[in-house]
Design a protein around this ligand. Structure first.
Ligand code: HEM
Length: 142
């Protein structure tokens, strides 16, 4: 039973890490898309293709990370008030993920008005959430 729990926790962490690789890289593509000159359609199409594929892939990774987390919670009964605060932060992470979808749609329709600088700052949000979630789940302060 313990081996299974550790296996599920390992897969939870692997998919969390993979999800974050997308959460860190996709806004970087947005920085490049915001910088593409209006007449470089080939470059724009290439970046849009990369962003679409990455968003699709990282959505699968997000679902797997959450599924294994729920398995740890509901399947093995690991819980505590730290987990409820963690869930709130995870909901913020999911909202960020969905905002990437909306921003990508803005680029696809050529309606983006945000600057490169705006996307560089936007790119830091997942790091802040990662820091808070990992400290919370490892220290379990309450
Ligand atoms: C709905 C989503 C999630 C649920 C229900 C969930 C639930 C859990 C549970 C119950 C554990 C086991 C804790 C323990 O055994 O001490 C765990 C471990 C962990 N979770 Fe999540 N989690 C979720 C999402 C995330 C996310 C998004 C991250 C990353 C930012 C994350 C990072 C971790 C880490 C690093 C561990 C290992 C902690 C340790 O072994 O000390 N989880 N999660």
């Amino acid at each position: 039973m313990l081996t299974l729990m550790f296996l599920v926790k390992s897969l939870h962490i692997v998919f969390v890490v993979s999800w974050f690789s997308g959460l860190f890289y996709l806004p970087r593509i947005f920085v490049n898309l915001a910088a593409v000159p209006a007449d470089s359609t080939a470059e724009r199409e290439r970046l849009l293709g990369m962003a679409r594929r990455l968003l699709r892939f990282m959505s699968i990774l997000a679902l797997l990370a959450i599924a294994f987390g729920l398995w740890l919670w509901w399947g093995f009964g690991i819980t505590g008030s730290w987990l409820y605060v963690k869930i709130v932060l995870v909901l913020a992470l999911i909202a960020y993920h969905l905002s990437c979808d909306v921003l990508l749609d803005g680029f696809v329709r050529n309606r983006n008005r945000r600057s490169e600088r705006w996307f560089r700052i936007y790119n830091e949000v997942p790091l802040l959430l990662l820091l808070m979630i990992v400290i919370l789940v490892v220290l379990k302060p309450f």
